[in-house]
Design a protein around this ligand. Sequence first.
Ligand SMILES: Nc1ncnc2c1ncn2[C@@H]1O[C@H](COP(=O)(O)OP(=O)(O)OP(=O)(O)O)[C@@H](O)[C@H]1O
Ligand SMILES: [Mg+2]
Length: 335
Amino acid sequence: MQVLEQKPTNAESREWAVWVKGLTREYTTRNFFGGVTRSTWALSGIDFQIAYGELFGLIGPNGAGKTTTIKILTTLLTPTGGDALILGLDVRKDLYEIRRRIGIVFGGERGLYNRVSAVDNLRYFSDLYGVDPGVARKRIPQLLEVVGLAGREKERVEKYSRGMKQRLHIAKALVHDPELIFLDEPTIGLDPAGARDIRNMVRDLKAQGKTILLTTHYMFEAEELCQRVGVISKGKIVALDTPSELKNMVRDISVIDLKTYGATMDYVEALRALPNVVRVVADLESEQQSIRIQTPLGADLLPKVVAALPEGAKIIDRTIKEPTLEDAYLRLVEE
Ligand SMILES: Nc1ncnc2c1ncn2[C@@H]1O[C@H](COP(=O)(O)OP(=O)(O)OP(=O)(O)O)[C@@H](O)[C@H]1O
Ligand SMILES: [Mg+2]
């Protein structure tokens, strides 16, 4: 594997909250004698940037490399090759400075002290981050309010539901008021209401001017929250754009379904001859005629479809299926 060794010396790289170039990561499994028995390239050269104040989504199937990327960017894992600057700092060299200025939320149960209360957890982590005790005293109740744990903060964490633990994870990631927040599948395993609350919190953080990198499996979540989305598959970024531009990539799968009366094969041929029509499949023999038109124009094609109708023929019903971000995503990750 070729490793990109372009050093981030230019000023441009420091204008971004996150700047990633040619990042690779190999995981190796060794046997008893120290020989490599298996090697997995979890990341094989990814590039992306996140602007200050941006909410950026990384979306991809299981094993795509999302968590590996977050672990490298948060200095929990060293890259095999390539470069990453976080707030202008180097993930290989400036570990402590980076950790001081970022917040990390991993989905799941680990990383909290279960035997003590939420408020004690937050005090502990404030201490750990060196937050001034006076500041912490004010901030902790505010955070408990923000994440909806106020009133339950004295209970032991082991009694918390999964959703409550996840809220506490978010509060914990915010005790030191970080500028940049990494959220690895923050809504995983939560019920719809719990997941919605977390999404609202993410929106509020963005409104406060925080920079956020969020990973998710849920297309609608990326579409709802993120300004730009990187689609990652098998360790590579296969597309990176705004949700609406990603959808445009699959405009050709817009489908117009017609139920017709009195349509003829000549009509079907006329439809096939229209500009921007990819495919027309027709069943004119059944009692209920059906015609399916695949076109990148979507509803914009309809006037021409109507104009081409022969004398006496009618469109009884029509449905238009516009592609969703899910369709774009599936096309990108399924080869
Ligand atoms: N500690 C490890 N040792 C060996 N291989 C690993 C290790 N951690 C991850 N991998 C492999 O690296 C690849 C990327 O994994 P990663 O956890 O980054 O994916 P992900 O996109 O976060 O997936 P998920 O959606 O399931 O969380 C996978 O093939 C995975 O099996
Ligand atoms: Mg993961």
